[in-house]
Design a protein around this ligand. Structure first.
Ligand code: NAD
Length: 484
């Protein structure tokens, strides 16, 4: 469907995220004719660039991030005709008059300020926007992660933004929620009646969520070392996936109906206190190793990393939910850099049959695997008979391969989320109380590690993390999926 008219202003318009994700996403939507006329993108950054120089920069950079088949010279030229550039230091009041001048005739249009800069600038940018009367009722603000390093700093940022914007105008982005398979998890759970009766402690043995990367810190060592895997991945992406998986059926798909249910999940997370932190968490740090046969350095040898850093590049957690549906079901969360494979996967392991009459079915249950990365797919493993004389069974998957089933091009997560912002759909964005509840659970883990004072466990790059991560789960009689 075509969109209403809008102005989209990117603070950080020359940054990595804008080039790699945001502008290619908008181009793709434009190419699909979702927005046709009456719209404009203004890239804002500190560099002194003419419009022409900016367009050259964008063209050079974005091209590598738009797959060949999607790149169309004419569409690209038509797209860039909607692009402008404004040199502005967001923290200084000076340049805003020019921004106001450019926006003066479009106060009725949807206006989006996308803050793709460090979160430390958000408060000042918002204050400057308001001081220049740039915040209209139709204005929205998009906040990139990370929104703080802990509950207190997150509170400060949100409080500053809330002085200027109402909650309904604030879009806290977590791009995992824009992925097609996450939407599909919602469709699977609430569009089918067969899963709901199974979706509980009586039938589910354990749940595993893995977000593994093969990359290291990729030139962002300075940022990464101050955050680590717990803040960078668990606090947002992993917990958001956990929420979608574990929440009660909302009464509608409306933003607050869904977010109320997600919030309840976060609040039901059993706190991880100092006395159980060693049993329930594992943190690791990669040393030198090999990824796909190529030697790679260890974390401590990466640029901008202090040689004695204790920052974790891997974390595994046994999370538990204190509520009727999930009591006693472990949710194993795991994420790391420089791991054996790049993948994002949710695994729901169902309990085995209560009484086995067939060989090998005794210990294995059915399994639902929802893959977000590298390919998006949903697999349901059922026990079937192996052909032949004997009555032997083994798991075989019913595979829903989206590429096969739907021949249309898959949208990138940012395409969906940007369109949702413009359309005013908040469902896939985090509400402030959700973020706060997530930090409330994360902070004590961080504090616990600090109190223990132990260094993270070492693992070789190109593996599945420290061996302790296996113990974390085998102790309960379970195994990570790639071992099982
Ligand atoms: P970057 O360092 O590549 O770009 C930062 C941009 O902000 C540049 O355009 C810079 O000119 C601009 N900028 C800096 N200070 C400014 C100021 N005072 N006034 C106006 N503009 C200013 O950073 P990035 O990788 O594009 O990340 C941007 C945001 O997105 C950050 O909050 C980051 O944490 C978040 N993020 C990035 C990624 C990613 O893959 N790059 C992923 C998730 C979240």
């Amino acid at each position: 469907s075509a969109l209403q008219e809008f102005d989209l202003i990117f603070f950080g318009g020359t940054g990595d995220l804008a080039m790699r994700k945001l502008l290619p996403a908008l181009y793709n939507r434009f190419r699909d004719s979702q927005h046709t006329q009456g719209w404009r993108i203004i890239g804002v950054a500190r560099q002194d660039l003419s419009r022409e120089q900016y367009l050259n920069l964008v063209s050079e950079n974005c091209r590598q991030f738009i797959p060949g088949g999607d790149f169309d010279e004419r569409a690209w030229t038509a797209f860039t005709a909607h692009l402008e550039y404004l040199r502005l230091d967001g923290t200084q009041p000076e340049g805003y008059a020019e921004l106001a001048r450019r926006l003066q005739n479009s106060n009725d249009r949807v206006r989006v300020f996308y803050l793709s800069t460090a979160a430390s600038l958000f408060a000042q940018i918002c204050t400057n926007l308001a001081a220049n009367q740039l915040v209209t009722p139709q204005t929205r603000v998009v906040l990139e992660k990370p929104l703080g390093r802990d509950r207190a700093s997150s509170y400060e940022i949100n409080e500053a933004v809330a002085k200027i914007f109402e909650e309904r105008q604030i879009y806290r982005i977590d791009h995992y929620l824009g992925k097609e398979t996450v939407q599909n998890l919602i469709a699977l759970r609430f569009g089918n009646a067969i899963f709901e009766p199974l979706w509980r402690r009586s039938n589910v043995q354990d749940v595993q969520i893995t977000l593994s990367e093969t990359v290291g810190v990729e030139g962002r060592g300075d940022y990464y070392d101050r955050y680590g895997a717990l803040r960078d991945m668990v606090q947002n992406h992993l917990l958001q996936l956990l929420c979608i998986l574990a929440m009660e059926p909302p009464s509608s798909i409306d933003p607050d109906a869904v977010r109320d249910e997600k919030l309840k999940v976060l609040r039901a997370l059993r706190p991880i206190t100092l006395d159980c932190i060693k049993a329930k968490t594992v943190r690791g740090q990669y040393r030198a190793g090999a990824i796909d046969g190529a030697a790679v350095r260890g974390y401590l040898e990466e640029a901008d990393i202090p040689p004695d850093s204790h920052t974790e590049t891997f974390v595994a957690i046994k999370a538990e939910l204190d509520n009727w549906r999930w009591s006693g079901v472990p949710f194993y969360l795991r994420t790391g850099k420089r791991m054996q494979e790049r993948m994002a996967e949710i695994v729901v392991n169902f309990r085995p049959v209560p009484h086995a009459i067939l060989p090998t079915s005794a210990s294995e249950g059915n399994r639902l695997v929802i893959r977000l990365q590298p390919d998006e797919e949903v697999r349901l493993y059922l026990m079937v008979k192996v052909p032949g004389a004997e009555m032997k069974v083994r798991p075989v998957d019913l595979n829903l391969d989206f590429k096969q089933e739907f021949k249309t091009r898959q949208w990138d997560a940012y395409e969906r989320l940007l369109m949702d912002v413009i359309l005013g759909k908040l469902t896939l964005f985090m509400r402030r109380d959700e973020l706060d509840a997530a930090w409330r659970w994360i902070d004590p883990i961080r504090d616990g590690w600090d109190a223990l004072g132990e260094p993270p466990k070492s693992y070789a790059a190109g593996t599945w993390g420290p061996t302790a991560s296996n113990t974390l789960i085998t102790r309960d009689g379970n195994t990570w999926r790639e071992d099982g």
